[in-house]
Design a protein around this ligand. Sequence first.
Ligand code: FCB
Length: 460
Amino acid sequence: MPLPHDFVFGTSTASYQIEGGVTAGGRGRSIWDDFCDRPGAIRDGSSGAVACDSYHRWDEDVDLLSGLGVDAYRFSIAWPRIQPTGSGSVNPAGLDFYDRGVDALCEAGIAPFVTLYHWDLPSALQAKGGWMTRETAERFGEYAAIVGERLADRVAMWLPVNEPVVVTLFGHALGLHAPGEARGFEALAAAHHLLLGHGLATRALRAAGVRVVGTANNHTPVHAASDADEDVAAAALYDTIHNRAFAEPILLGEYPNGMGEGMLGPVAEDLAIISEPLDAYGVNYYNPTTVGAPGSAAVVAASTTSPGEEPPIEIPEGIPFALVPVEAAERTAFGWPVVPEGLTELLVQLRERYGDRLPPIYITESGCSTHDVVEDGAVHDDARIRYLDAHLDAVADAIDAGVDVRGHFVWSLLDNFEWAEGYTQRFGLVRVGIGEGEERTPKDSYAWLRGRISQVRASS
Ligand code: FCB
């Protein structure tokens, strides 16, 4: 079945991954500037100091979006550009920068979708405890009000927090992302404050008169490594932590499996804020996950990595689940398994789990890193074309199965700073000569996507 003719096509980026200009226009420091300074934190020792230089090349990016024919662009606002220390006074140059950026998109007929937090927390807030404290959630609500008041009239959709699960697990439980804390299960406090921040921001945005508020949660369908009870239980626990712990407070106003019980603070009142009804639900999907119990027969049997597979993430002692490589015919340059039907499965599962409580879905991120072949100025990224084609078909299958999916955003418009992987993973529809003038070269997938979009439009 084809995608509906009014389906929204877009691409996604994030401020620290593309902007550069980290000292320009009065921007304050963020936890990612600090984390990149830690020896060994980033695979290639790089940082987002220049990245794609989109701070200075915003108009070029808008031209690329126009040439691609997308309806929408999802980008994030860097909190330390708006409030260099994360609270109090506003930096007018920062607000002006995004105001002009939003105008440029609107003039080009591209709907701005704005993420307020894609991981660049002002360092001054981290110094006071960051997301491990409620204060950060409260400051986040104030920041949302400032941005909302300025841009409410032109932004098509607001997504307060990107992937609170990844911030919690990678940033606070495992220490692989900024702020680099390895707290294990204690990190659940950060999860709660990120969710509270989402709720406070949602209220502040609505008070500022914005039209549409959603969220961008990372989801993965979870499968047990075998039918053994211990593997099934470990998989259910992982599903709770990765998926349900972030969807259910927002959609149902409760934590799954009594998870909220051990939490400090006014959890019941907080849940009322967190579950403020949304107009849209954003899903970021990359791949499914297979989970077993540490030391189970299936986990031991799967513990050797084959070539091309991403080496397993080291999970600290005492954590009651183990991640097992997912079987797949193809892998991305990252080693992530390519499983488009996992996206259909996930979307159908969300619909089954949450029914009418689930607002219309947008795929707010989907894409892959590739080993691009550059030849005579052209970039042949056939693997990305195959990936996107199959994942758009997977969305169409979910729509066919009755799930209300309204749009799809490719991660990413540009090759960019891929967090702890630095510039070693290229996710862009457009190649960027990082460190070589930041020139942009549309890849084969860019022309392919333009064609796919016109086909959908022509089918109406
Ligand atoms: C997601 C992030 C995004 C990008 C992709 C590859 O988890 O939201 O910034 O790094 O993964």
